[in-house]
Design a protein around this ligand. Structure first.
Ligand SMILES: C[S@@+](CC[C@H](N)C(=O)[O-])C[C@H]1O[C@@H](n2cnc3c(N)ncnc32)[C@H](O)[C@@H]1O
Length: 252
């Protein structure tokens, strides 16, 4: 714990973040910034139970792509999740989609070892027309990217597009930053996360909280579930939840 008496409360940090909230262009610019790629690759430091939840994500995919298939990674960033999927399922292929040139460039050297099992594409997941470009996928995966939806309508249209690119019974699975069911729960979850970050000893936890709530627009798991159901997903499951993070899935 950081015992500094002058330290802002989590509520104050979140209020500051909300007053400095980045617009859509600002978020994209942040990912184009040269220092962005390093963040996601340190998940073990800022994500509770990081190894466990990534293993859970992969084992959930087993029945769908264990014998091969096509996977779409939305907001693939440095290719971290793409590589985990390619390593775990040697007969599957991945389309790694991201709207940031900087992030795609950072992913390219590591992804090149997988040859034609992987392709990288430029795609803004919240734009309206991307579904027409694809054959259907066995699975759509994502980590720490979908939380950039700006409102329920945007999330819903994204979920409709994801449903549209999945084969029947295909899997959508997302590991992400989510909101609590109400403000009180969101604050409690963020406080718990700050305590967890403080245990690292070197992480500036207040900066992490400011950064997350300046850039992200998370919604609650209840909202995610309702939106997924509304666009036709079935078997909607919360597979894991800890602090401000969750792993949830649905079947097309
Ligand atoms: C925090 S990184 C996570 C990267 C990767 N999924 C991981 O877990 O390591 C978020 C990524 O989502 C991408 N992203 C954010 N909004 C996006 C959008 N609207 N369309 C496509 N990519 C987006 C960013 O460029 C960034 O690479």
């Amino acid at each position: 714990m950081n015992e500094n008496a002058n330290r802002p409360t989590v509520e104050e940090l979140m209020a500051t973040a909300e007053s400095k909230k980045l617009d859509v262009e600002g978020v994209k610019a942040a990912f184009e910034h040269h220092s962005a790629p390093g963040f996601a690759d340190q998940t073990v430091r800022w994500l509770p139970e990081s190894e466990y939840v990534h293993e859970l994500l992969l084992s959930t995919m087993e029945s769908v792509v264990g014998k091969g298939g096509r996977v779409l990674d939305l907001g693939s960033g440095t290719g971290r999740l793409t590589r985990l999927v390619l390593d775990r399922f040697p007969t599957c292929s991945v389309v790694a989609a991201d709207y940031s040139q900087t992030m795609r460039n950072a992913a390219t050297p590591e992804l090149s070892q997988y040859g034609d099992r992987v392709s990288q594409i430029e795609l803004d997941m919240f734009s309206s027309d991307w579904t027409t470009d694809f054959d259907q996928f066995e699975a759509v995966v994502s980590a720490f990217a979908i939380h950039h939806g700006r409102n329920l309508a945007q999330y819903k249209s994204l979920y409709r597009r994801i449903h549209g690119v999945l084969k029947p019974n295909g899997l959508f699975i997302n590991l992400d930053h989510v909101a609590g069911q109400d403000r009180t729960q969101t604050l409690a979850n963020a406080s718990e996360w700050r305590d967890f970050l403080d245990e690292d000893g070197e992480i500036d936890s207040d900066r992490f909280i400011l950064g997350s709530y300046t850039e992200d627009t998370p919604i609650s798991l209840r909202d995610h579930g309702q939106l997924l159901e509304a666009v036709g997903f079935d078997q909607i499951e919360i597979r894991w939840q800890k602090m401000i993070f969750a792993l949830y899935s649905g079947r097309a």
